[in-house]
Design a protein around this ligand. Structure first.
Ligand SMILES: [Zn+2]
Length: 261
């Protein structure tokens, strides 16, 4: 049952037929891990905390810098130098004290990824590197967790929901079987990124996590959504499961979780 405060705070959700009391209760019992407290993770975390997700985990090993503030809207100028997960947890707590925030001031590795995701139902990937993206994909597949993955560069964004452990649903490796060689793909400090474009993608990511948590609407499993900020265009394409996928295909070559693989 929702208490009086919650009935008031989530009033605009409660009147939505597709959410209502049952949906809001499912949102409250959901546990979501956000990997990367950056331009994507910040808006996702703000909307998820505002929406009343029961437990939110934040993973990042970085500190707030001046050049982050153009897009990382969870932080204030006075936060420069502080650990992102610490400043982020404080801001999210101030927004919604009813949400349990867990800070993980670390980098995701093969050794810690399975333990890290174990306490959550849904993982939101807003990381900025391929090593983390592949680790999270493989770990979520073996742990049977839903992975909502967003990416942004310059003026372009992509979003998909991966449930490779379910029949007919693709994983990230169905799209990209293996990481590109290190150094072949420039990162956002080299190419630049429009802050508000990251905001659009992070907000969409938070929204898709909410749909998975509360169970309303049609999610992005088996689809990939692309956004081009320069022309203000959205496109959704089908992303089929690849029978030859090394992880979730019919004859997988990756057969153990990352910590043991
Ligand atoms: Zn796959």
């Amino acid at each position: 049952m929702l208490n009086d405060d919650e009935l008031d705070r989530y009033a605009r959700h409660l009147v939505l037929r597709q959410v209502g009391g049952p949906g809001q209760t499912r949102i409250r019992s959901a546990r979501v891990l956000i990997v990367g407290a950056g331009g994507l993770g910040n808006p996702a975390a703000l909307y998820l905390a505002a929406a009343g997700i029961g437990k939110l985990g934040l993973v990042d090993d970085d500190a707030v810098s001046l050049s982050n503030l153009q897009r990382q809207i969870l932080f204030r100028t006075a936060d420069i130098g502080r650990a992102k997960v610490e400043a982020g947890a404080e801001a999210l707590k101030a927004l919604n004290p009813g949400v349990e925030i867990e800070s993980h001031n670390l980098r995701v590795t093969a050794a810690n990824v399975m333990g890290l995701i174990a306490g959550y139902d849904i993982v939101a990937d807003g990381s900025d590197n391929f090593a983390t993206r592949f680790l999270l994909n493989d770990a979520c597949f073996f742990a049977r967790k839903v992975l909502v993955s967003a990416a942004v560069t310059e003026f372009e964004g992509q979003l998909a929901t991966y449930k490779g452990h379910e029949p007919g649903c693709p994983c990230y490796r169905c799209l990209f079987p293996a990481p590109p060689p290190p150094g072949t793909v420039p990162n956002c400090s080299e190419t630049g990124v429009l802050g508000a474009a990251a905001g659009v993608m992070g907000s969409l990511q938070g929204l898709e996590v909410l749909k998975e948590a509360a169970g309303f609407g049609t999610g992005l499993a088996g689809k990939i959504l692309s956004y081009t900020a320069l022309t203000a265009e959205f496109r959704t394409a089908r992303l089929p499961k690849d029978p030859a996928c090394p992880l979730c295909g019919t004859a997988p070559t990756i057969i153990a979780p990352p910590a043991y693989g």
